[in-house]
Design a protein around this ligand. Structure first.
Ligand code: SF4
Length: 365
């Protein structure tokens, strides 16, 4: 197994739940009102001993009461899912599978899960037999931003190897992961989602000096450390010695318009790692390496979804779909191992045949 490289990606797998069973708080209240009315009507019918459907009443009543219980439970669960600032839309819950979330997919916005996988190539004979999944997970978040370090850690735990090169798409880009993997000694090839502007006075154009802990601007002026900008963000502020320096600079108005304090730069916790990462991503080596990402990881999802018929999970709830996804990637791994084993057996047979041939030749001569 080639544990020099690994690639991570995620794919949306449909939940085993219909989109019409997804409700926000307002629709849940409406549904609860409807169910309460239906229960009231059935109970009065039952007590009144009316003819007709009386034989079915206890069953219908039990169904409506069970639905009322589910709706009440969903209304209790809903506040914990509120993320209005993040998604700018009301929280929602699916009554069939409460862990499924509405996600953008090829079928539109439907209840789904985000299935993750980290793969590494397996060598067989002269070539590559396929990929092995070294880490997998299923999450109820539509985006991949928070997943990179966790997937790298899981892959290391399973294989016992800290793979030096990780390939990921821009969906995984986050400063803390770029910096986290760097501190683990793992190089990451991942496009920068928030590319810096190529503005000549962007903070990336300021040169950092570790010894003096200061920056030098493109016109050679020093920006010294003046303190922490915010305790929560833990970002450091650097500023020119005097506003007069900037006011007399030909770049005043382009670099800064601050007449009172002059130019400052704010350096976040991960800015140094991000700057290093941007420099690395600009190299030909990183660009060539990134081209390898798609062929490494995409066949996995194509095989699981098409050959193993897993466009949609069969089970419900996050715990169950995680188990289902583990079974699917294990099946994929067994398929890869079988292919690698076949290639090696074939190679051994060829070697044996050549030895026999050589013996026959020796006898006949
Ligand atoms: S405006 Fe100030 S910080 Fe910007 S380039 Fe000029 S001297 Fe440097």
């Amino acid at each position: 197994m080639d544990l020099a490289i690994q690639a991570v990606d995620g794919t949306k797998v449909y939940a085993n739940a219909a989109v019409i069973k997804t409700y926000d708080a307002r629709r849940l209240r409406e549904l609860l009102d409807q169910v309460e009315s239906a229960i009231e009507a059935l109970e009065s019918q039952n007590e009144g001993g009316e003819e007709g459907d009386v034989a079915h009443l206890p069953e219908e009543l039990a169904e409506q009461k069970a639905l009322r219980q589910r709706v009440r439970q969903a209304m209790n669960d809903l506040p914990s899912m509120e993320r209005p600032n993040r998604y700018k839309r009301p929280a929602h819950i699916n009554l069939t599978d409460k862990d499924a979330r509405l996600m953008r997919t090829r079928k539109g916005i439907v209840p789904s899960y985000n299935a993750q996988a980290m793969v590494s190539p397996v060598a067989a004979g002269e070539g590559v037999a396929g990929m092995l999944v070294t880490a997998s997970d299923v999450v109820d978040e539509p985006n991949d931003t928070a997943r990179l370090t966790q997937m790298a850690e899981q892959a290391e735990e399973i294989t016992g190897v800290r793979v030096p090169m990780t390939l990921a798409d821009a969906g995984y880009f986050a400063g803390k992961h770029v910096s986290g993997l760097h501190h683990r000694g793992q190089q990451v090839v991942m496009p920068d989602k928030a590319r810096p502007t190529d503005h000549p006075y962007h903070k990336d154009q300021f040169r950092y000096d570790e010894v003096t802990d200061s920056y030098t601007c493109p016109h050679g002026q020093t920006l010294a450390f003046t303190g922490m900008k915010s305790a929560r963000k833990k970002s450091r502020l650097y500023r020119v010695a005097s506003a007069a320096v900037c006011r007399g600079c030909p770049a005043f108005g382009t670099c800064t318009k601050n007449k009172r304090y002059g130019r400052s730069v704010e350096i976040g916790r991960h800015d140094v790692a991000l700057r290093r990462h941007r420099e690395w991503m600009a190299t030909d080596e990183a660009k060539q390496m990134y081209v390898r990402r798609l062929p490494l990881v995409e066949p996995l999802f194509a095989i699981i979804k098409n050959l193993l018929d897993a466009q949609q999970f069969k089970l419900r709830s996050i715990a169950n779909v995680r188990a289902e996804w583990t079974l699917l990637v294990t099946t994929f791994n067994l398929r890869t191992l079988l292919r690698a084993w076949s290639v090696r057996t074939e190679a051994r047979l060829c070697l044996r045949l050549s030895a026999n041939d050589r013996e026959n030749l020796r006898l006949s001569s």
